[in-house]
Structure formats: structure tokens, C-alpha cells
Design a protein around this ligand. Structure first.
Ligand SMILES: NC(=O)c1ccc[n+]([C@@H]2O[C@H](COP(=O)([O-])OP(=O)(O)OC[C@H]3O[C@@H](n4cnc5c(N)ncnc54)[C@H](O)[C@@H]3O)[C@@H](O)[C@H]2O)c1
Length: 257
């Protein structure tokens, strides 16, 4: 996929980032994984950047990206998977330190890494970026900063795609639905989320698997998507399609097998 360079995956030690790093490496790419808590992603034949890489820290992002390229070669693909979930609250209970943290990592961090890598790609006139947004950025929910941050990620994806299209850099987003990662399982285990409720508005009546998001990301990075830039691709088991049906009495039950 990228014989001439490396693919950088932020937040690649766990969850969707780890599944993506693993798939890209299996497909033959040289993959470098960074994370705020660096750990070799399970089963992935990827290069782990050993020091903490906080996407919200400008000095870290700028200096480590330069070091990664000096050591491993030009970044031709970027997956911005680092992120944190939003805390669920009624609006009056939103604490501004949580607001700042979610916006800082999920929106500002995604922009910072995309810009720092993208500037290098534009000089070489080659590269593809995939930002991990969320269906939360396309709908509403009691996670005020998170939904705003993810809507912002979808927006900056379009802006950067327009800005860099003429110099051969593609920028796209994926918007996962509720995806079975450790982070989501923790929300279910704590009782904050309910697995059946998360699944039942999805047309396919299930959660998304991390590998399914990884497959969409790998496609968007690959030459198979050479004509695609500026899009936001939901990978949501039909959550957006199905979520209005409750107003009409709910989605149909499947016929008995
Ligand atoms: N799981 C879902 O249901 C779901 C749905 C939609 C979108 N997403 C998005 O997908 C992305 C990955 O989520 P996930 O479910 O795999 O979560 P996860 O917690 O399993 O993985 C996220 C990774 O990002 C890292 N990280 C956190 N803060 C960081 C920082 N400041 N700098 C660098 N790395 C940092 C974590 O250490 C972790 O390894 C996030 O952007 C999340 O918002 C997840």
C-alpha cells in the first residue's frame, strides 16, 4: 500500500487505532504507532514509538513527527485515531474542565497532527489522511463537548481536503457508530451505556467491530480511493439510517428463521 513510506497511526495502542495498525501492517504497509500510553498493539506487526505522544501537545507533536520521519522515512498515510469519549451529563452539569479536555484532545489534537503531517505531505505532493470522527458528530447526545468536537473533525476534514486537493493530498473522515472497543465495553460495564439500547437503533441491530472501521480506513488510505477526498464515511451498522424509526414505531422485527 505504501512501499515508498510509512503510515502513522495515532492512538494506535488500543481500540480502533490498534485494529487499523494491525490490518495495515498485514496488508504490507510499514506502520508506526504512537499513543499517549504507548503499548504494542495486540497482534500487530507495527513499529511502536516508545515515548508518550500526546496529540494535544504542540511541542510533542511537531518534534516527534520530525523524529519519526528522520528515523523511519516519509509519512505517506496518517490515521488520526487518538481520542477520548465524552462524559455524559445534562447540560447544567457539564464541567468546563471536561469540556476543555475533550475539545483539546478530540478536535484540537486531530487538527494539530493533521496539519503537522499534512504540511510535510503537501511539500512532497503525496499523501492521504483519515480522521476518526463519530456518528456523535452527525447527531446529538448528552455529550456536549464530544459531539461538538466530532462535528468539528468532520468540518476540518472538508476544509483540509479543499486546501490540499491541488497538491495531491487527500483528507477524509470515518464516523464509527458504537464500536466494540475496550473504551465502549468499559462504558457498558459501568452501567453508563446499555449494549441492547446501543444496538437497537442500528439497522443491523448490532455494534460495529473495530476491524470494520479499520477496513474502511484502509480503503480510504489506499489507491482504491484515489478519487475520494473530503468525505465523511459512517461505519455504523446503519445507526444513522435506523435512528429515526423509533418515531414511526420502531424498526421491523426480522421474520422468524
Ligand atoms: N468505540 C466507539 O464506539 C467509537 C465510536 C465513534 C468514534 N470513536 C472514536 O474512535 C477513536 C478511537 O476510540 P476507541 O474506541 O478505539 O478508544 P480507545 O480508548 O480504545 O483507544 C483510544 C486510544 O487513544 C489514546 N489516547 C487517548 N488520549 C490521547 C492523547 N491525548 N494523545 C494520544 N493518544 C491518546 C488512548 O491511550 C488509546 O490507546 C476516538 O477518536 C473515538 O472518539 C469511537
Amino acid at each position: 500500500m505504501s512501499a515508498d513510506g510509512i503510515i502513522l497511526v495515532t492512538g494506535g495502542s488500543r481500540g480502533i487505532g490498534a485494529a487499523t495498525a494491525s490490518l495495515l501492517a498485514e496488508q504490507g504497509s510499514r506502520v508506526v504507532v504512537t499513543d499517549i500510553a504507548p503499548e504494542q498493539p495486540q497482534g500487530a506487526d507495527a513499529i511502536l514509538w516508545p515515548t508518550p505522544f500526546d496529540v494535544a501537545s504542540e511541542p510533542v507533536v511537531v518534534s516527534v513527527i520530525a523524529e519519526i520521519e528522520a528515523r523511519h522515512g516519509p509519512i505517506t498515510g496518517l490515521v488520526n485515531a487518538a481520542g477520548i469519549f465524552g462524559k455524559m451529563h445534562p447540560v447544567e452539569n457539564v464541567r468546563m474542565e471536561n469540556w476543555d479536555r475533550e475539545i483539546n484532545i478530540d478536535l484540537r489534537g486531530t487538527f494539530l497532527v493533521a496539519r503537522s503531517v499534512g504540511e510535510r505531505m503537501t511539500k512532497r505532493r503525496h499523501g492521504a489522511i483519515v480522521n476518526v470522527a463519530s456518528i456523535a458528530g452527525m447527531t446529538s447526545g448528552p455529550i456536549h463537548a464530544y459531539t461538538a468536537a466530532k462535528a468539528g473533525v468532520i468540518q476540518i476534514t472538508q476544509t483540509l481536503a479543499a486546501e490540499w486537493g491541488r497538491v495531491g493530498v487527500r483528507v477524509n473522515a470515518v464516523s464509527p457508530g458504537f464500536t466494540r472497543t475496550v473504551a465502549l465495553e468499559a462504558g457498558i460495564a459501568s452501567g453508563a451505556l446499555n449494549a441492547d439500547r446501543l444496538a437497537r437503533n442500528a439497522a443491523m441491530n448490532r455494534l460495529v467491530e473495530p476491524i470494520e472501521v479499520a477496513q474502511a480506513i484502509a480503503w480510504l488510505l489506499s489507491p482504491l480511493a484515489s478519487g475520494v477526498t473530503g468525505i465523511n464515511l459512517p461505519v455504523d451498522a446503519g445507526f444513522i439510517a435506523g435512528s429515526t424509526w423509533d418515531a414511526y414505531g420502531g424498526l421491523p422485527e426480522p421474520p422468524a428463521a
